[in-house]
Design a protein around this ligand. Structure first.
Ligand SMILES: [Cu+2]
Length: 469
């Protein structure tokens, strides 16, 4: 452990992505040096230094794995290992991943490339890598027990195949999958077209990320691997809002998003302010005749979707999963619904017994986002992220598409909040509200009111309770 800690110190000095030090190099002679990533930030696209040229992708809160050309073979080195992933500022999870992060690095190759991937297993149990969606020899498919023995701890296996068709793919273990996927082992794979492809447009910005989910008790660090459905952290590339980078674009840019789902449920991904078309799946590019405009696309379990649009509307546009429980973090689950329950007085009495006690949710849950609620150390707040108008009241699978007129090309830096032109923001109506006629009338002739009973549900709206007990 000491060696590793010292190594990380050196890494911090040397920069964010570095080759493994000389200690490990001697024992791995003949292999490409594994490159490790220390930062959870979105790294700039990796322009290919050699091999066939292509337009690189940008991995949200991730990076692309550098390679070595060995003759005409592109060689990569993946290291399966325990990692510490910062899922949001102030919240670190103990996961399993590849090369220092979960997910692992994105692998980018070009159609026709001969690819050799060394996989070193530094986990306490065997593993394998399945190359989801690829055409390859059966023995390279990575299914433990079926097409290969598991890679034992401490051993390195080699996968070798030709990237036969262009498209959007992913990789993940096919060994003790329930554990290894629940712990965060997965990565993205993009095979770029070799020549102009009639169904693959070139774009100005090409983003990719994986949908994943974890169940980590507030205050804990390690996911519960037995959870099948009731996850409490819904993440993109093992990050939760407000920890997910914004997607930035220059006005008029053609933007592609490549999204893969490795959770246990479907995610309807919704883009505000723009319409997109689905241009590809993990089966390849979609025929043009099948493309129609959408603002939400459902991504089922084990599926990948490639969507494209022109970012022509200036602003800060929400981009999120449309399942509202997937845009909140741990603490937001298993809270009883208290809307309409009047707690006046009770909180004070309980507060004398439990100093930090506060009532939750009697007017809805928005208060929760505003309050500085005491939460255990190392816990992502339930929903938060502060925008220019206050709390965004979101967590989990949420980020912002930022379209700017002056965003420099190939610049992925966060431009800050959108400055709305005058008179383009929703505003308060300040005059007296007229009484609606139907409030006093007996109803129209088509639907006359049948009786005069008062409405049955009276929602109690108490005054804002004080929470400073
Ligand atoms: Cu979702």
């Amino acid at each position: 452990m000491t060696t590793r800690r010292d190594f990380f110190k050196q890494v911090a000095i040397a920069g964010s992505a570095v080759a493994m030090g000389s200690v490990a190099r001697s024992s791995l002679a003949g292999l490409p040096e594994p490159v490790l990533q220390q930062s959870p930030d979105t790294m700039p696209p990796l322009t290919p230094p050699n091999g066939r040229p292509y337009q690189p992708v940008v991995t949200l809160n991730g990076w692309t794995l550098p390679w070595r050309m060995n003759g005409n073979v592109k060689e990569f080195h993946l290291v399966a290992e325990p990692v510490v992933r910062e899922m949001a500022p102030g919240f670190k999870a103990h996961l399993w991943g590849y090369n220092g992060q979960s997910p692992g690095p994105t692998i980018e190759v070009v159609e026709g490339d001969h690819v050799r991937i060394f996989v070193t297993n530094k986990l306490p149990e065997h593993t394998s890598v399945h190359w989801h969606g690829q055409r390859l020899p059966n023995g390279m498919d990575g299914v433990t027990g079926l097409t290969q023995p598991g890679i034992p701890p401490g051993k390195t296996f080699v996968y070798e195949f030709t990237a036969r068709r262009p498209g959007t793919f992913m990789y993940h273990p096919h060994a003790d999958e329930m554990t290894q996927m629940a712990m965060g082992m997965m990565g993205f794979w993009v095979t770029h077209p070799r020549n102009h492809h009639p169904l693959i447009d070139s774009v100005d910005r090409d983003y990719c990320f994986l949908l994943n989910a974890f169940d980590i008790e507030p205050g804990a660090r390690t996911p519960k691997i037995m959870t099948m459905l009731d996850f409490n952290l819904w993440s993109w590339n093992s990050r939760v809002f407000p920890g997910i980078s914004p997607l930035v674009a220059r006005q008029g840019d053609k933007v592609r998003l490549r999204i893969g789902n490795l959770t246990m449920t479907n995610h309807p991904i919704h883009v505000h302010g723009h319409e997109f078309v689905v241009t590809g799946t993990d089966g390849g590019p979609t025929p043009k005749s099948t493309r129609w405009p959408e603002v939400t696309t459902d991504i089922a379990v084990g599926q990948m979707r490639q969507i494209e649009f022109v970012a022509d509307e200036l602003g800060d546009w929400a981009l999120h999963c449309h399942k509202s429980h997937h845009t909140m973090n741990a603490m937001g689950h298993n809270v009883p619904t208290l809307i309409g329950v009047d707690h006046t007085g009770i909180a004070g009495q309980i507060g004398s017994l439990i100093p930090d006690y506060m009532t939750m949710g009697e007017r809805g849950m928005a208060d929760m986002a505003e309050m500085e609620m005491p939460i255990p150390d190392n816990t992502a707040p339930m929903m938060t992220g502060t925008g220019p108008f206050g709390s965004v009241e979101m967590g989990g699978m949420f980020t912002v598409l930022k379209v700017r007129a002056d965003q420099p090309r190939n610049d992925y830096k966060d431009p800050g909040w959108f400055k709305h032109p005058e008179s383009t923001v929703a505003y308060e109506y300040v005059a007296e509200l007229p009484e609606a006629e139907r409030q006093s009338s007996g109803g129209g002739s088509l639907m006359p009111r049948k009786d005069k009973r008062p409405v049955e549900v009276q929602v109690t709206k108490p005054n804002k309770p004080s929470h400073n007990h």
